[in-house]
Design a protein around this ligand. Structure first.
Ligand code: MLT
Length: 205
């Protein structure tokens, strides 16, 4: 049996026309959190859902932070590479193509870091409530990768200026970015779901 580097859940595809999804939970979540969301937004996709390895007061996360919205960037770099290595491992073991990340909050932030540091690991990304994960990201070519960002106008954690800058920088790297800002906070809404369903329907192979 393959030894994997992350605790995770895996569900094989039932529709080969749908891309595999890499599900990345928020702070305090785990590998079970986004399974239903993944099934809803891209029915039939293979689902790969790891659990973040950092524990903050018992709450799993994908990288360390110094305070809310203040990241330990050395750890962001290390963890983004570690997660990209896991994706390669899982692709090999399960016979998958490059996945599209679907990340919420801390999970969206590690997905954004992976796009910047290990772009080959992801075919694209849906980033829910993401912020800039690295203050000086290397130059990267994201041509051909679709990115959906959904932000909250009243998000108490993420200034709208910050998410707008992330969208601009991903687009400047060549990604095909759709950025929507909803009249909501950090939590997800029905409109997030509708946007995701529509965007993933356009990702069918
Ligand atoms: C983070 O730490 O990634 C962000 O502050 C979002 C969160 O997880 O609360």
């Amino acid at each position: 049996m393959t030894e994997f580097s992350f605790i995770h859940r895996y569900e094989p595809a039932t529709d080969q026309g749908r891309p595999p999804l890499l599900l990345l939970h928020g702070t305090g979540g785990d590998e079970n959190d986004l399974i239903n969301l993944g099934r809803m937004v891209s029915p039939g996709s293979a689902l790969l859902s790891p659990r973040g390895k950092i524990l903050e007061n018992g709450m799993p996360r994908f990288f360390r932070r110094l305070a809310e919205g203040v990241f330990d960037e050395e750890d962001v770099r290390f963890r983004a590479n570690e997660l990209a290595d896991f994706v390669a491992e899982a692709r090999d073991a399960y016979g998958l193509g490059a996945p599209i990340a679907l990340g919420f909050s801390n999970g969206a932030n590690i997905a954004a870091a992976m796009l910047m540091l290990r772009p080959e690991a992801l075919a694209g990304a849906a980033l829910l409530r993401a912020m800039i994960p690295l203050s000086d990201a290397p130059k990267v070519d994201l041509t051909g990768k679709r990115v959906l960002m959904v932000s909250g106008q009243m998000d108490p954690i993420i200034p709208t200026e910050n998410s707008a800058r992330l969208a601009t920088s991903l687009a400047a790297s060549g990604a095909d970015v759709q950025h929507e800002t909803l009249p909501t906070g950090h939590g997800l809404s029905q409109t997030d779901l509708q946007l995701l369903v529509k965007w993933f329907a356009e990702s069918r192979k």
